[in-house]
Design a protein around this ligand. Sequence first.
Ligand SMILES: Cc1cc2nc3c(=O)[nH]c(=O)nc-3n(C[C@H](O)[C@H](O)[C@H](O)COP(=O)(O)OP(=O)(O)OC[C@H]3O[C@@H](n4cnc5c(N)ncnc54)[C@H](O)[C@@H]3O)c2cc1C
Length: 318
Amino acid sequence: MSVLVLLETTDNQIKKSSLEALAFAKHVAGNLGGKVSAVLAGNPSNLSEAALFGADLILQISDPRFSQADARAFAESLLQAAGETQSKTVVLAKSALTDSFAALLAAMWKAGAATNVVSLPDFSNGFVVKRSIFTGKAFEFVKLTAERKVISIKKNAAEAVPNAGAGEIKAFSPQVSAKAFALQTISTEKATGEVLLPDAEIVVSGGRGLKGPENWNLITDMAKVLGAATGCSKPVSDLHWRPHHEHVGQTGIKVSPNLYFAIGISGAIQHVAGISSSKVIVAINKDPEAPIFKVANYGIVGDAFSVVPQLTEALKNI
Ligand SMILES: Cc1cc2nc3c(=O)[nH]c(=O)nc-3n(C[C@H](O)[C@H](O)[C@H](O)COP(=O)(O)OP(=O)(O)OC[C@H]3O[C@@H](n4cnc5c(N)ncnc54)[C@H](O)[C@@H]3O)c2cc1C
């Protein structure tokens, strides 16, 4: 029996979120018994990391049509891979691609599905996962009772740590009908920026407390020192102080960094919805009653105009 993982690539590298999916699968396999198998399209330069992070078997697809994010083709292929590896659980890292086919795969496979899973499952009373609901404003615990399971995990649900598997690589040519390839990418436009917000490990985000766009060097200077992406609250982008693609929250980007700085951000529920799966939240706000302190792991009550430059200077010396 296996736990099956889809490994996605970007810029010819296996994505970090896919390595987290391997860690998640390894945890499941460790508790329920079995191996970790992976499906991968292409030949990424860090292929060896699949084994390093836990894959016992890697089914490698060389068909170039799989470079398209085509839901049906991936669902059909994973179904076949699950049969070949005798898998009962499929683990997917949440992404534009997996969002498009997770439910389809579950329906085709007659499996129970849990999406937006935020932490490792609890096996003390069945197979229970914690998932984020209401666009990130709440969590629920669900027990998966079906024998077959499709689980889509959010960033940070599991920590990608080296935990080597056998790493056998096998060519895999799924029999997928030509009709399943119904998408053709015409062009791709990447968001610009030194560090892209959805993938960032660290995010430095500013709110209306920064008073105006002329003060944004406080945010960008600190982000530069940390190698972080910059974000903002909705009013900040509505006021055109910052571009819309930096807007974090329920109606903007949902981030899951290891470290999120909320500077001059009140912590309205719609903002928190976009940051609730961050590992550590640090808030800097001059109002000790600001709601952001309820969700922050660390808080500094103080004036951002004095605290942030001091913090940036201190960080330069680390
Ligand atoms: C349907 C809907 C969807 C929404 N979606 C989103 C969303 O996706 N993302 C989002 O962010 N918002 C969203 N909002 C808006 C949200 O409700 C809040 O209005 C918004 O998040 C507040 O932004 P803010 O914290 O930057 O500003 P404010 O609420 O004005 O807070 C500014 C904060 O800065 C602090 N401050 C002021 N001066 C300083 C200083 N010198 N130093 C330190 N701190 C200081 C203040 O104490 C205050 O806490 C949505 C609202 C609705 C109704």
